[in-house]
Design a protein around this ligand. Sequence first.
Ligand code: 5RP
Length: 234
Amino acid sequence: MTVAKENAAMAALDFVETGMTLGLGSGSTAEIFLERLGERIAGGLKVQGIPTSKRTAEVAIENGVPLIEPDKVEGIDLTIDGADEVDPQFSLIKGGGACLLREKIIAHASERMIVIVDQGKMVEMLGAFPLPIEVDPFGMALTAEHIHAALIESGCQDAQTVLRQMKDGSGPLITDGGNYILDSKCKKIPKPADTALLLSKIPGVMEHGIFIDLADVIIIGETDHAKVMELARD
Ligand code: 5RP
């Protein structure tokens, strides 16, 4: 899978031009992109990047990618990020790395978003990957009840929700923004736009991992090449 991610990351570099401000996504595929981007910068490419997580900021610095605060730029030309699932309409599930809030802020502010994935992320319908939902810790049990109701009302097949824990068992995972992540095992999300709308109305939900109308290009890395799919928007 690393070769596939590598091929996707390399293909994304073709979209990067000198002078661009880039949104820098999070996750293992985005980190491979940062390594390759760093090599191009060492070769003379001039860009600046806005990281979507503390981890991405660290990796960018390690690879010599200049960073800038989001509030200091006039615009973002291009965001390159990974995803956990991609459907045929280019709707995504993101947040497997717990960075969905900042990833969505930056993707939404970008002229274009390129998503780099391997074939295993491509699905006919979103939902097999548990949907990450970032919530304020205050009143989380109440928020979770409303999330459950919203998922069922919007036609999700199931809606079991678990509080994401730290891998070392030290307690609940805390996002870069100081929130918790609830992972909802929907199995199928037949109407992602309806689900997204209902979730976004719940106080306490800081953001959810359904990304709709944000991705313009999907690059699917395979073992020997990468397939580039562009969505024509009106
Ligand atoms: C982080 C994300 C990642 O983009 C997503 O989890 C994919 O990660 P990877 O490239 O490691 O498979 O949404 O919040």
